[in-house]
Design a protein around this ligand. Structure first.
Ligand SMILES: Cc1cc2nc3c(=O)[nH]c(=O)nc-3n(C[C@H](O)[C@H](O)[C@H](O)COP(=O)(O)O)c2cc1C
Length: 186
């Protein structure tokens, strides 16, 4: 199933085609080259003063690290994310300055776009135990967990329980282009 963005003008297919499925093929594992490509894409994001505050911990299904990261997800995310081939913990080096979280988000956007190019799907999750992740993986002081990204292959035939099955089918919605524009003051 695809849910391309409805736009007034055509967008790049990677942008229009990206969405956040929960139906992962649990038999699939991203290749090492694909995972490297995701990190390369993230690495080349812009950042304030080139501080590059993003940090990634890549876990693959079948490893203790993956199981531990999975167990730190919020209950709703554990309903489906365990079928992803990889779970990536994304953190930001808060010592890098005021833009650390902003820059890390840009790196994740790059990573997600590259995932699309690789024929993979990505689903970002803010719902997880941040202190638990920092402790389990021994993150350095000031390196703050931001999101976990589930990466894998889409399987539209997966049966999800509610409310996730409904959300998988629901149209994607956005504010309009007009609504996201601020009025210029005189
Ligand atoms: C920072 C962030 C945190 C998110 N956290 C979760 C989450 O914990 N669980 C979940 O199912 N989706 C999560 N999402 C996915 C969003 O719900 C999703 O991107 C949004 O509804 C728009 O849908 P789309 O990505 O399919 O366009 C998160 C996305 C972002 C960017």
């Amino acid at each position: 199933m695809n849910k391309p963005a409805v736009t007034q003008v055509p967008l790049h297919p990677l942008l229009a085609g990206r969405w956040s499925p929960r139906s992962f093929d649990r038999t699939h594992a991203p290749s090492a080259a694909q995972l490297t490509a995701l990190l390369e894409a993230a690495r080349w994001a812009a950042s304030a003063n080139n501080t590059q505050p993003w940090r990634f911990l890549v876990t693959t299904r079948g490893t203790d690290a993956y199981e531990d990261l999975y167990s730190l997800l919020a209950p709703g995310n554990r309903k489906w994310a365990g079928a992803a081939g990889a779970l990536i913990l994304v953190a930001a080096d808060g010592n890098a300055g005021a833009f650390a979280q902003y820059d890390t988000g840009q790196a994740v956007a790059n990573l997600v776009a590259q995932a699309g190019h690789e024929g993979l799907i990505a689903h970002q999750m803010g719902g997880f135990d941040r202190p638990g992740a920092a402790a389990r993986f021994g993150l350095p002081e000031g390196t703050d967990p931001v999101v976990v990204v589930a990466i894998g292959r889409h399987d539209p035939g997966v049966t999800l329980e509610e409310p996730f099955a409904g959300r998988e089918q629901a149209p994607r919605t956005r504010l309009s282009v007009d609504e996201i524009q601020l009025a210029a003051s005189r």
